[in-house]
Design a protein around this ligand. Structure first.
Ligand SMILES: Cc1cc2nc3c(=O)[nH]c(=O)nc-3n(C[C@H](O)[C@H](O)[C@H](O)COP(=O)(O)O)c2cc1C
Length: 152
């Protein structure tokens, strides 16, 4: 994997805009986070892990604000995530069961997989899972279990 060594900050990113880089050249978007909070202890745990599992209810056709807020904090350790090449999965539940229910979330997840250099191990899209009891009666918990069992 090639890294774009000259680029260390978001300011460099702007300065170097237009220079040639492909999907495989990762900008070094990394550093200590200006926000001093619990993410300081979560960061090494994420970077120690082999896999990230994104788990969220569907809220207005996207992920929950809570999960998005965590992903936004990756900003301070993007390069480490990209260079590690972690596995990932998406587990989600929604009230609706229309065919297009998860289109936007699925597209967002796949874009994150691409950008963060993750290896997608699968998605469990829980259509018609508006309450814990409907979810329990559905096939989705078993699908999630089988996804876990398939992992190398
Ligand atoms: C704020 C909010 C937004 C929601 N938006 C959607 C939606 O866009 N599409 C959908 O099918 N269900 C939507 N739902 C239903 C939830 O996805 C579903 O009920 C889920 O199982 C709730 O999980 P929770 O109990 O963890 O909030 C929404 C629920 C809430 C509370």
């Amino acid at each position: 994997m090639i890294t774009y060594e000259n680029t260390k900050t978001v300011y460099d990113l702007v300065e170097n805009a237009g220079k040639e880089y492909s999907d495989k050249v990762f900008l070094r978007y990394e550093g200590p986070c200006i926000q001093k909070d619990d993410v300081e202890s979560i960061r090494p745990k994420i970077l120690d892990a082999d896999m990230m599992v994104f788990v969220t209810p569907l809220y207005y056709y996207g992920m929950s604000a809570q999960l998005k807020a965590m992903i936004d904090r990756f900003c301070a350790f993007n390069s480490s995530i990209q260079q590690k090449g972690m596995k990932s999965a998406l587990l989600t539940a929604a009230w609706n069961a229309d065919s297009w229910t998860f289109e936007a979330l699925e597209a967002h997840y796949k874009t994150l997989v691409r950008y963060l250099n993750l290896e997608d191990m699968g998605m469990v899209l829980g259509y018609g899972c508006g309450t814990p009891s409907t979810t329990k009666l559905s096939s989705y918990p078993q699908q999630a279990y089988e996804l876990g069992k398939r992992l190398p």
